[in-house]
Design a protein around this ligand. Structure first.
Ligand SMILES: [Zn+2]
Length: 126
């Protein structure tokens, strides 16, 4: 995964951007894509390649093309977000977020209960 111009890109798109650049790596992601290992990167929400449907490794969910899923680790906040998005809008994309985050059925139930209780208590904010 690459960070470039305040956006995230999959490996294919990141390397494609680098191929087209004529400048040398400045070490600054504002100027030049910087590689980040997805497996050691945490996020509060699932991310896809910033090239969206034009991504070189685009994925199709429910007939809609989106940028490649970036396989970062979801924080507990991120897992809660993915689950609440799935509850609100159950589809292939939100299901994939849950599956790729490795949220097991038992953990999903616990998250569901937590969200349920927060909504009942009026303390839930998305
Ligand atoms: Zn891409």
């Amino acid at each position: 995964m690459y960070i470039y111009n305040a956006d995230l890109y999959c490996d294919d798109c990141g390397m494609n951007i680098i191929d087209k650049l004529t400048i040398k790596d400045s070490g600054d992601s504002d100027d030049y894509p910087q590689y980040v290992d997805e497996d050691y990167s945490e996020t509060d929400s699932p991310n896809h390649c910033g090239n969206g449907p034009d991504c070189l490794a685009a994925e199709t969910y429910d007939g809609r093309k989106v940028g490649a899923y970036l396989n970062q680790c979801l924080t507990s906040e991120g897992q809660s977000y993915a689950l609440s998005e799935f509850i609100e809008s159950p589809n292939q994309l939100t299901l994939t977020w849950i599956e790729r985050a490795g949220i097991e059925e038992e953990a999903a139930e616990a998250l569901f209960d937590s969200i349920w209780n927060q909504i009942k208590a009026g303390t839930y904010n998305q």
